[in-house]
Unconditional design. Sequence first.
Length: 304
Amino acid sequence: MKKSINKILLGLVLIVFTSCVNDTEKKVSKPKIMSKQASLSASNKNLNISFLLDLSDRIDPIKYPNESMEYYLRDVAYIKSVSDAFDTHLRRKKIRGMNDKIQLYFDPEPRNQNINTISKGLKYNINRSNVTLELLDKLKESYALKPKEIYDLAIIDNNYVGSDTWRFFKTKVNDYCVEENYRNILVVLTDGYIYHENTKIKEGNLTTYLTPKVIRGFKLNNKDWKNKLVEEQFGFIPATDDLSNLEILVLGLNPDNKNPYEQEVIVKYWKDWFEAMKVKRYDVKTAELPSNMDKIIKDFILNN
């Protein structure tokens, strides 16, 4: 009888012990599984990142000098921050899920063939068929070094043809920067002004261009600028009607310091333009030092 009772008690102890162990395992393992799933969900998205570079005279270090850091060097650093985020994204992914793209555009294309050759070398499609650690290292090194070569050549040429940003959105953005089954991101490097001699259209108070002279002419350089802009419907002419599969990050705004309201006017123009074109997500930033912009840029790319 005593032996039977002891067996029953031993069995109860084992059941309780086993149950406690199982509960402990569940508590420990569950967060790990959830964390892994969340990480995989974020990293499995295929990225399609495009740059649109404005190689107008805004990058001229003689015409627009900056003692802290030249504006073209800020562009170079912004590009590196984006490419570093792209590299981080790739190294988080499993090989079988890789099919990610990064490329660089101008409009119009520079006349210097060396610039065009360099830009073609910055076009990458990283997928399960070609990915190697060597290729990832090459991509990272290319984006750390080659963009500066592009700007150096453009400055040496001293032949600034301007940037037809509006026309790029009108005729190329959907073909070049938007693909199905991708998270499409366009990074626009610009001082915020848009002007090209071949694309000057005005419809009422909507235009395809914006310069400091235009802002003064529209009398958007005083404290009542916002009421005037809204009531009289100043802004950019929408270049297309549906960019709902595109995210846009504008970097490098450099407003004319003669007008204390210039920056706000430029930002309003761009944001209203993106809203009219139904851009999925966007942000517009001034030409801050790259050390201050690095986290902002990487968060835009990686945290969505």
